[in-house]
Every structure is written in structure tokens, then in C-alpha cells.
Design a protein around this ligand. Structure first.
Ligand code: GBH
Length: 492
């Protein structure tokens, strides 16, 4: 392919975004600085027993204060985009039941302006698992329909103050994970589940995930509606949603296992995307859940007509799926009647789907990248897609020498193989417009605290010093080779 008079073998289009991804709770720290309110993750991590190493995001990697230094790291990589999230409680400490925190608005303005000066496009998520505690207390926090108005109010403020410069908006990060982990297994806030699924008895794992999902879907729709009607014409940006994806490979060629894999995908991914894109839940969900699936009113459907402009795909790992209608499978998470009698497992005939890693759910299966992209392309009519996260985690080992910590050859191999796989899907016509590595830095890895590291840069948590890993240099070279269009800086 000839680009700018030079020969390029890159399969990615000229305007392709290469970046790194982050989120406010995992990065910012500054949990009470400049008027930020408490959110559900502050509250959750401050309760003993919830986080493996007893840690929290009070300081995290102090990105709130060190963002300029972190932008220099991005500059060195040569990325043309940065995916980050806004902390809802930093902008609205009490949601719509209190004032705007202007210091919070100021902070994101400075971050956005600094990015644009370097020619790095902000790709902004409105909520990456976090919600002001005030709203969590009032609504549980996604169990009440009223939360839609809160999200709409918050989104409106973000579009109003940042939308002149932000051209990529994602409403939610991984709402499927929010509801599965928050209301089915109970390992994320608000820690609700029934005993068959998790370690608690305070919730209803068979009903609440679907109620919470319903309210999130409608909250997304409310934000998109505001964007379409008040801002998009003038601001000319795009709005979408980011989903956690798993490639779900049928355990065998039997029709039963193929249908089981389809059911599992319906209950994981299509659960959210179908209502947003087609205005109805997947047929498998109606068949299995019947009337316990919340229904969409005429008013809801009207809102949902606003759809989305792109799908954000977080892809890390894959599983096999086996049909359990005719065979016996133990009940439990990833294997339940409510999910349509499926067994989701990493093993087939005793062999893992991919190399295991230090992260219990992460098996290296690069082929799953092109599989999931192609699946989404076909189901949703090749709507624009972004790989909003992909990355490799390693367990912190204090006995490893710093040289070995930085020599992350497994991460390099992981990224390289996943990008190759993505290229195959793109060559076959998938409209993928960007790739974001998770993550620029080691950071707060939710239930695993600081014990799992996903960074292209190592962070020494005693000093918060950032050090380049091999993968940072590898990604820099990869970008230089594959980025067809040069970064355009605001000053150029
Ligand atoms: C993403 O979450 C997050 O967006 C990001 O914040 C995080 O740091 C990153 O990945 C690395 O973990 O057995 O049903 O739970 C990923 C969270 C947890 C979602 C494992 C998929 C596996 C399927 N993932 N989960 S399940």
C-alpha cells in the first residue's frame, strides 16, 4: 500500500488511533483532593477484606498530579490517542444533588488541553465502574430507574464543558462486568449476590443483574440522546459504549455446543448491544428468562433509537462453552440455568485454550481477537469498532530483580500476536479504527489491588517512579511502523 509516497505494509487505515488506556479510579489517586466526593469504589476498598492486598485507590499512581509526566511517556511512545475516564464524583461530588466541583472541571480541562498540544486525541469514558457514593446509596446504584436522570445530567455537563475538544465519548466501561460482578458474584460493589453464585445472601443473582443492566442500557440511551440533540451537530464527535468481550468457542462441533456458545454470547455481550442497536434483547434471553427480563416501554424504545456510533471492545481472553441442557453441569457462576444452561471453562479434554498467566481469567488466545471482531462485525453490520483495551497482566513478585521486571517478553509477545490477529480481521473488512493498550502504567487492579501489573511502564509504589519496560519500546516501534498518518499537533 502506498502512503504519502512511502510504502507501508500496515493493514490499519490512515486515521487509525494507537493509544494506551486508563481509568480514573485505577490511576488518579487524590481521592479527596480539590473537592472530589467519595464514590462506590472508595467506599468498597475502604472496607476490610474486599481487596487482596488490603490496598485502595487513595493514591493509586497519582496520575491526578503527575499527568504531565505521564503525557511525556505517551509522547515518547508516539501514540495519537489516550483513553481515560472522568471521575463522576470529582465533577459532581453528590451527583445531581449537589454543586458542580469546578476544580474537577478545571483538572480535566488541563489534561485535555495538554493532550491536544501534543497531538494526542482524548478518548473519554464517562464512567469506568465508579459512581458517586451519594447515588450508590440512593439507588443501589443501578437498581433504580431514576439513575438514568443522574447519568444524563452528568453526561450533559461533560459534553458541555469538554465536548468542544473531545471527539470520542464512551458512556460506560464494561457494563456487563459491572452487573455480573456487582450483582451476580458480588465481588465488585455493591457486593450483592445470592449464595448459589457468590459469597453473600443479600441480593438476588437471578434477577438483579438484569434490572441493573436495564437501567444502565437506558442511562446510555439517555446520554446519547442528549449528545445527539444538544451537542453532536456542533461538536462533531462520536459516542459509543465499551464492552468487555470474551471469545466463546463451542466445546465441540455439535449443534448443542454451538447453540450454547451463542446463548453464552447473548448473555454476555449481546445483552447490552442488542437493545442499544436493535431495540430488543437477544431472543435467547427472552426464551430463557421470559417475564423476569425487564420490558422496554414505548418511551424506552424511543430513547434507544439514538443507538451509538461505535462499539468499544475490551478483549483479553477466551473460553470454551459446553451445552448443559442434556448433560449435568454443576450450578454456579459461568454455569447456570439463568444463563441458558451453559458451562464456560478454559479446558477442553484437559487442555487449556491458551497459555495460562498470573491472572486467573486470562488465557492467551490471540485468535480470539479476530474471532470476536468478526463476530461483532457480522452481528452489528460492521459498525465502527475500537479495541479500547487489550493487555497482559503479571503478578508482582518482590524477589524478581528490576532487570527481569522490565524485561516483559511475554507481554510483548501477547501484544504482537493480538495485533497480528486484529490485522487479519481488518484485512477481511472489519471497520476497526483504533487500538488501546491496557495499560500505560502499572495501576490499581481492582480486587487484586497492586499485586497484578499491566503496565508498559513499571511503577515503584514506594516512590511512584515510572520505568519503561521492554514493551514500551516495542510498542513505540510498532506504532512508528504502522501509523500511516502522522500525529497532528495543535501547534503544527
Ligand atoms: C478490564 O476489566 C478493565 O476495564 C480494566 O479496568 C482492568 O484493569 C483490565 O481489564 C485488566 O483487568 O469470569 O466472567 O469475570 C477486565 C475485568 C475480569 C472482565 C475478568 C472479564 C472474565 C470473565 N475482567 N472477566 S468473568
Amino acid at each position: 500500500i502506498k502512503v504519502n509516497g512511502e510504502f507501508s505494509s500496515s493493514p490499519f487505515p490512515r486515521s487509525f488511533l494507537f493509544g494506551t488506556a486508563s481509568s480514573s479510579y485505577q490511576y488518579e489517586g487524590a481521592f479527596l483532593t480539590d473537592g472530589k466526593g467519595l464514590n462506590n469504589w472508595d467506599n468498597f476498598t475502604h472496607k476490610p477484606g474486599n481487596i487482596m492486598d488490603g490496598s485502595n485507590g487513595d493514591v493509586a499512581v497519582d496520575h491526578y498530579h503527575r499527568y504531565l509526566q505521564d503525557l511525556d511517556l505517551m509522547d515518547y511512545l508516539g501514540v495519537n490517542s489516550y483513553r481515560f475516564s472522568i471521575s463522576w464524583a470529582r465533577v459532581l461530588p453528590k451527583g445531581r444533588f449537589g454543586d458542580v466541583n469546578w476544580a474537577g472541571i478545571d483538572h480535566y480541562n488541563k489534561l485535555i488541553n495538554a493532550l491536544l498540544l501534543k497531538g494526542i486525541q482524548p478518548f473519554v469514558t464517562l464512567t469506568h465502574y465508579d459512581i458517586p457514593q451519594e447515588l450508590a446509596d440512593r439507588y443501589g446504584p443501578w437498581l433504580s430507574r431514576e439513575v438514568q436522570e443522574d447519568f444524563e445530567y452528568y453526561a450533559d455537563i461533560c459534553f458541555k464543558y469538554f465536548g468542544d475538544r473531545v471527539k470520542y465519548w464512551a458512556t460506560f466501561n464494561e457494563p456487563n462486568v459491572v452487573v455480573i460482578r456487582g450483582y451476580q458474584s458480588g465481588i465488585y460493589p455493591p457486593s450483592r449476590c445470592s449464595s448459589l453464585f457468590g459469597n453473600c445472601t443479600n441480593g438476588d443473582s437471578e434477577k438483579e443483574p438484569f434490572i441493573a443492566a436495564h437501567n444502565i442500557i437506558l442511562s446510555h440511551a439517555a446520554a446519547v440522546k442528549i449528545y445527539r440533540t444538544k451537542y453532536q451537530k456542533e461538536q462533531e464527535g462520536n459516542i459509543g459504549i465499551v464492552m468487555n468481550t470474551l471469545w466463546l468457542e463451542p466445546m465441540s462441533n455439535s449443534l448443542g455446543d454451538k447453540l450454547a456458545a451463542e446463548r453464552a454470547q447473548a448473555f454476555y455481550l449481546n445483552w447490552f448491544l442488542d437493545p442499544i442497536i436493535f431495540g430488543k434483547y437477544p431472543k435467547e434471553m427472552y426464551e430463557i428468562l421470559g417475564s423476569s427480563l425487564p420490558s422496554l416501554s414505548k418511551y424506552d424504545l424511543e430513547k434507544l433509537k439514538n443507538g451509538l456510533d461505535f462499539i468499544g471492545i475490551n478483549y483479553y481472553s477466551s473460553f470454551y462453552v459446553k451445552d448443559c441442557i442434556f448433560s449435568v453441569c454443576e450450578p454456579g457462576p459461568g454455569n447456570s440455568k439463568t444463563e441458558g444452561s451453559i458451562l464456560r471453562t478454559a479446558k477442553r479434554n484437559g487442555v487449556l485454550i491458551g497459555e495460562p498467566t498470573d491472572v486467573d481469567w486470562l488465557f492467551v488466545y490471540p485468535q480470539g481477537m479476530s474471532e470476536i471482531v468478526t463476530y461483532i462485525k457480522e452481528r452489528y453490520n460492521n459498525i465502527p469498532m475500537y479495541i479500547t483495551e487489550n493487555g497482559f497482566g503479571e503478578r508482582d513478585n518482590p524477589h524478581t530483580s528490576i532487570e527481569d521486571l522490565l524485561n516483559d517478553t511475554r507481554r510483548v509477545r501477547y501484544m504482537s500476536n493480538h495485533l497480528d490477529s486484529l490485522a487479519i480481521a481488518v484485512r477481511n473488512g472489519a471497520d476497526v479504527r483504533g487500538y488501546f493498550a491496557w495499560s500505560l502504567l502499572d495501576n490499581f487492579e481492582w480486587n487484586d489491588g497492586y499485586t497484578i501489573r499491566f503496565g508498559l511502564h513499571h511503577v515503584d509504589y514506594a516512590t511512584l517512579k515510572r520505568t519503561k519496560r521492554l514493551s514500551a519500546n516495542w510498542y513505540k516501534q510498532y506504532i512508528a511502523k504502522h501509523m500511516a498518518g502522522k500525529r497532528s499537533s495543535a501547534s503544527a
